[in-house]
Design a protein around this ligand. Structure first.
Ligand SMILES: NC(=O)c1ccc[n+]([C@@H]2O[C@H](COP(=O)([O-])OP(=O)(O)OC[C@H]3O[C@@H](n4cnc5c(N)ncnc54)[C@H](OP(=O)(O)O)[C@@H]3O)[C@@H](O)[C@H]2O)c1
Length: 111
C-alpha cells in the first residue's frame, strides 16, 4: 500500500467575521488540504454565527484567532501560533478593513 503525502496549505485570513473575508474562509475550508486561520476582532462569536457553524462542521480546517489590525501584540501572537503549530504560512489574505463604496464600480459607471 502506498501512502500519499498531502501537504496542508495554511491560509490566514484577516477580517474573517463577515463580508469578503468570511466568504473566503468558507470557500477555502471546503478543500480538505487547506487550513484556514480565521482572524476576527471579537473571538466571542455567537453560536449562530456562520463562522461558529463552520468551525463546528470542520474543526480541523478552521482555526479561530483574535486579531485587530492596529494591535501589534495580536499579530505577534498569531504569527507565533502559526509557527509553532504549522511551521509555515502559505498564503496571507490581508482582507481586514472597512469597505467604503465611494469608488465602487457602479458609481464609476454612473459618473
Ligand atoms: N466589498 C467590495 O466590493 C470591496 C471592493 C474593494 C475592496 N474591498 C476591500 O475588501 C475588504 C473587505 O471588504 P468587505 O466588503 O468584506 O467589508 P466588510 O463587510 O465591512 O467587512 C470588513 C471586515 O474587516 C474587519 N475589520 C474592519 N476593521 C478592522 C480592523 N481594524 N482590524 C481587524 N479587522 C477589521 C471587520 O471585522 P468586524 O466584524 O469586527 O467589524 C470585517 O470582518 C476591505 O478591506 C475592503 O476595503 C471590498
Amino acid at each position: 500500500m502506498s501512502v500519499k503525502f498531502r501537504a496542508e496549505l495554511i491560509h490566514p485570513v484577516t477580517g474573517a467575521s463577515r463580508g469578503v473575508g468570511l466568504a473566503l474562509v468558507q470557500q477555502l475550508a471546503q478543500k480538505s488540504n487547506n487550513i484556514v486561520v480565521a482572524a476576527v476582532r471579537d473571538i466571542n462569536l455567537h453560536t449562530d454565527h456562520p463562522l461558529s457553524r463552520l468551525i463546528t462542521e470542520k474543526p480541523k480546517s478552521v482555526v479561530l484567532v483574535n486579531l485587530s489590525s492596529a494591535i501589534e501584540e495580536e499579530h505577534i501572537a498569531v504569527a507565533a501560533m502559526m509557527e509553532e503549530r504549522f511551521g509555515k504560512v502559505d498564503v496571507i489574505i490581508a482582507n481586514a478593513g472597512p469597505f467604503r463604496d465611494e469608488a465602487s464600480a457602479s458609481r464609476l459607471l454612473i459618473a
